[in-house]
Design a protein around this ligand. Structure first.
Ligand SMILES: Nc1ncnc2c1ncn2[C@@H]1O[C@H](COP(=O)(O)OP(=O)(O)OP(=O)(O)O)[C@@H](O)[C@H]1O
Length: 626
């Protein structure tokens, strides 16, 4: 028996392979099972094109056996096998793929799932094995051969006996070290779970002898172990089945089996796309928010399969951030994989799929909103905030995708409403979409600023999420209607509204307002007569782009402590309190200062801002009580 040398490049390549291409050692099993599946596919293909071959499906399978004592893991298949020459060519030359050649030779295009293309996967077995032995009998041949290698040193080939056509790959699993546990590859449960993870949807049965226990005969309390052969893979992936064959329950079971979530999904989306790019996908909109959803630990992404073999557990590029709550998988034959199958070589196809998926999700959410309002509202309670972040991020680039999915609590409807519904209810003379921002519905409802807007019969949207106002600033308009905060300097409500303007004569009190503005110098930009207050004495309004709510949110962030909105103190000159201010201004300047400070602090409290000096504030209250 002569020992043949790997070519020099092959040696280097093998070293590279074993040490650097793959991130996870466990993928060796995926590679060997994929090879076994390819080998069966080849026989199947031959049977289709050669009438003399009978392909009886039950005769084709992959079998895994563990011999713990001798540290052997065997992967056998009943596929096409290899001749001596094929062993030389395919296992002796790294980066030579017999499978790729087979596909090209037979001009196999669609409908076949042959996985191998690079001619390297087999060598990943050296990541976990000291010796790899391949015993194979090729289809149509009487002889069998044994290929054996300890890695970079080279390989031997010799004749041997093997009864049936097919291949056995026997791995002598490495001893565990301090850094690496190899023993796990001799554990049934571990092997089973690796198969489930990567190779669950290989089209042929993957069999294993599974250890079970039963009561020993004649006893009730003693148990004995026995082995029973089981098929461990699901074979036909649900996404390859016809939608009409599947029930809601099938999808829900798939969601649970895949551990996409512990809840029941609100909606599933089954896509079977053909065209520029072919792919299948099953996507889910969860009902409940994962506990870590709004933390940096949450990782978005869909499972990515190529021909039923798992490539990536979380492919983030398939989902935009604003749809990061979507769970599910994508399977495509058209992906250009890189050599380790852990990444994609170029992302053109992936981009196309992602674009497609994005549109699909948007449409399905719109459909949910239209036909299952309760379901949509449940979804929105969990993930609405993410949609709003989506509007805000990327400088509003995604607003068109998302604007119709938004909902806010409505002052009129007393429940969530969409922007489209709001606009459809707007009276003809209403120019703006009004909103009030605050920490809760109850708080906004009580804001003095709401009075004039609601009295006009205009609806107000309540913004209770941090992100709301920021998102709306990005959106700017909806159906050409501008958004307007009820706290903004100019409300855009008709100036000549008789009830208001006739009573507002700012000129008359010009001096007093200047005096009050001076008292509050540095705290507010200006003090003026209010056109919006009816029953309340004071409120704050804001001037400029930064609202008071935004100031609150930004200030809570690091390095933003000095951010300040331009505030306007508005005083209701029809309120009794204004009379007191006037009198104080004429008779007692100290009293005017006291009243002004009190009113300013009241306005701060109403807005949900803290008073600057609570002790002084309470002392001031005492002063007017005694
Ligand atoms: N179980 C098997 N039965 C028959 N032929 C096999 C088997 N395993 C490997 N081969 C042959 O060896 C070749 C090399 O296998 P290897 O896993 O290195 O690459 P590949 O499967 O072709 O490509 P990839 O690197 O993309 O997996 C295969 O193309 C195939 O021709």
């Amino acid at each position: 028996m002569t020992v043949k040398q790997f070519q020099a490049e092959s040696k280097r390549l093998l070293d590279l392979m074993v040490n650097s291409i793959y991130t996870h050692k466990e993928i060796f099993l995926r590679e060997l099972i994929s090879n076994a599946s390819d080998a069966i596919d080849k026989i199947y293909y031959k049977a289709l094109t050669d009438e003399s071959i009978d392909f009886i499906k039950d005769n084709y399978y992959i079998k895994l056996q563990i011999d713990k004592e001798n540290r052997l893991l065997t992967i056998s298949d009943t596929g096409i096998g290899m001749t001596k020459e094929e062993m030389e060519e395919n296992l002796g030359v790294i980066a030579k793929s017999g499978s790729f050649a087979f596909k090209s030779e037979h001009e196999i295009k669609d409908g076949f799932d042959i996985i191998g293309q690079f001619g390297v996967g087999f060598y990943s077995s050296f990541m976990v094995s000291d010796i790899v032995t391949v015993i194979s009998k090729a289809f149509g041949s009487e002889e069998a051969y044994k290929w054996e290698s300890k890695g970079a040193e080279g390989y031997t080939i010799e004749a041997c006996t093997k009864e049936t056509v097919g291949t056995d790959i026997i791995l002598k699993i490495k001893e565990s070290s301090d850094d690496e546990n190899y023993d796990e590859y001799l554990e049934e449960y571990r092997i089973k779970s690796i198969i489930k993870k990567y190779s669950d949807f290989i089209r042929y049965p993957i069999k294993m002898d599974i250890t079970k226990t039963k009561p020993r005969e004649g006893t009730e309390t003693e148990f004995e172990e026995y082995k029973e052969e089981e098929i461990v893979n699901s074979q036909v992936p649900i996404w390859k089945k016809n939608k009409s064959e599947l029930t809601q329950e099938d999808y829900e079971n798939f969601y649970a089996e895949k551990h996409y979530g512990f809840d029941k999904p609100i909606k599933y989306i089954h896509i079977s796309a053909e065209g520029t790019i072919s792919y299948k996908a099953i996507l889910f909109i969860p009902e409940n928010m994962p506990y870590d959803f709004y933390t940096k630990d949450y990782e978005k992404g869909l499972e990515l399969y190529s021909n039923g073999v798992l490539i990536m557990s979380k492919c983030g590029d398939l989902l935009p951030d604003y749809f990061s709550f979507v769970k599910g998988m994508v399977d495509s034959e058209d992906l250009s994989l890189n050599i380790s199958r852990e990444m994609l070589q170029q992302d053109r196809q992936l981009k196309l799929i992602a674009k497609n998926i994005k549109t699909k999700i948007k449409n399905e959410l719109e459909e949910l909103l239209k036909n299952n309002r309760d379901g949509y509202e449940k979804f929105y309670q969990s993930f609405g905030r993410q949609l709003k972040y989506g509007i805000y991020s990327d400088f509003g680039a995604n607003k068109e995708v998302l604007e119709d999915l938004l909902m806010f609590y409505s002052s009129q409807e007393k429940k969530l409403t969409t922007l489209s519904e709001y606009v459809s209810r707007m009276p003809e003379d209403q120019k703006y979409i009004y909103y009030g921002a605050g920490e809760s519905i109850e708080r906004i409802e009580k804001l003095p600023q709401t009075e004039v807007v609601t009295d006009k019969g205009y609806e107000i949207l309540y913004f209770t999420d941090d992100v709301d106002e920021f998102a709306i600033r990005m959106l700017r308009t909806y159906k050409e209607k501008e958004f307007k905060s009820i706290s903004s300097g100019d409300l855009g409500i008709d100036e000549d509204d008789k009830n208001q303007s006739s009573q507002v004569n700012e000129q008359e009190h010009q001096e007093l307002f200047e005096e009050i503005t001076n008292i509050l110098a540095g705290k507010v930009k200006i003090v003026r007569a209010s056109k919006r207050l009816k029953n309340h004495p004071v409120c704050l309004a804001n001037d400029g782009d930064l609202s008071i709510e935004m100031e609150k949110i930004l200030r809570a962030m690091p390095n933003h402590e000095n951010i300040k909105a331009d505030k306007i103190l508005e005083i209701n000159i029809n309120h009794r309190v204004f009379q007191s201010l006037k009198e104080a201004s004429q008779s007692d300047k100290e009293k005017l200062r006291l009243y002004t400070e009190l009113l300013y602090n009241q306005a701060l409290l109403i807005e949900g801002l803290s008073v600057q000096d609570p002790v002084e504030f309470s002392n001031n209250i005492c002063k007017i009580m005694v």
